[in-house]
Write a protein of this length. Structure first.
Length: 256
């Protein structure tokens, strides 16, 4: 919700937000529900039920799930042998990185439920991207409205199921909250802008999500003293990099 307000404040089109909502309230509501409320609700509950390694593998399969869904929902975004091969190679890299993290937290009794929740989270994310792609619109205003609406629904839901939280929290909490809001505002704005470009396909841009576990591992090495590079992690990173190069390198050759 804070991220939506930040996007609205920083965009030069903010004075048109009310006319935008009047004309596009349905898509703002649907994308807000799918992309923010349902996706993150399922995601955080699913992650909470799984060991970190398994959760990372399921989340890492998100681009593959998106590619399958776009194959059946967007005419010019079909699966190809090259795309499937690149996705599977990258997923192998994600699995290697996840195994090397070696985290055993979580409850085995709830692991199946956690996996189901994360799979549905990836599916709702994919469908929200399909909707954004099929309905060209002002990406910043759409992002601002969906983040605010989806965030508001999450806040109200948390009050209903968990009660009103205390606001007396350490300063670190509010700094982290502001930082995450800024990251969400910037990243989703860039993502929605890219989805509006006709030449960019949903499945192809999602291949770059495989870089997330790579950057996460590198940041953990830099930030946490107890974290250090491991052979399996490095091999996984190399495999992911090769998968992206394999796909986009061959695509460039085909275009030229």
């Amino acid at each position: 919700m804070i991220a939506g307000i930040l996007v609205l404040v920083l965009t030069k089109d903010r004075k048109h937000i009310f006319s935008f909502l009047a004309q596009n309230w349905k898509i703002s509501l649907v994308v807000g529900l799918l992309q923010t409320s349902i996706m993150y609700g399922l995601y955080f509950n699913g992650v909470d039920l799984l060991p970190a390694g398994i959760a990372a593998i399921i989340v890492g399969a998100g681009p593959l799930i998106t590619a399958i869904i776009t194959h059946f929902t967007i005419l010019n975004d079909r699966l190809s042998k090259q795309k499937v091969l690149s996705l599977l190679i990258a997923l192998t890299g994600v699995i290697l990185i996840s195994i090397s993290r070696n985290s055993n937290s979580g409850s085995q009794d709830h692991e199946i439920l956690g996996i189901i929740l994360l799979l549905f989270s990836s599916m709702t994310n994919a469908f929200s991207q399909v909707i954004v792609k099929k309905r060209p619109n002002n990406p910043l205003l759409l992002n601002a409205s969906q983040l605010f609406i989806g965030g508001l629904i999450l806040v109200v839901s948390s009050f209903i199921f968990e009660g009103v939280p205390t606001l007396v929290l350490p300063m670190e909490f509010y700094i982290a909250l502001l930082w995450l809001s800024v990251v969400s505002a910037v990243s989703f704005s860039i993502w929605y802008t890219l989805l509006q470009v006709p030449e960019i396909k949903v499945s192809e841009i999602n291949i770059f999500k495989f870089i997330i576990p790579v950057s996460g591992a590198i940041l953990s090495w830099v930030i946490f003293p107890e974290e250090s590079p491991q052979l399996m992690t490095i091999i996984g990173m190399v495999i992911i990099a090769l998968s992206v190069i394999l796909y986009y390198g061959n695509k460039t050759q085909r275009v030229s």
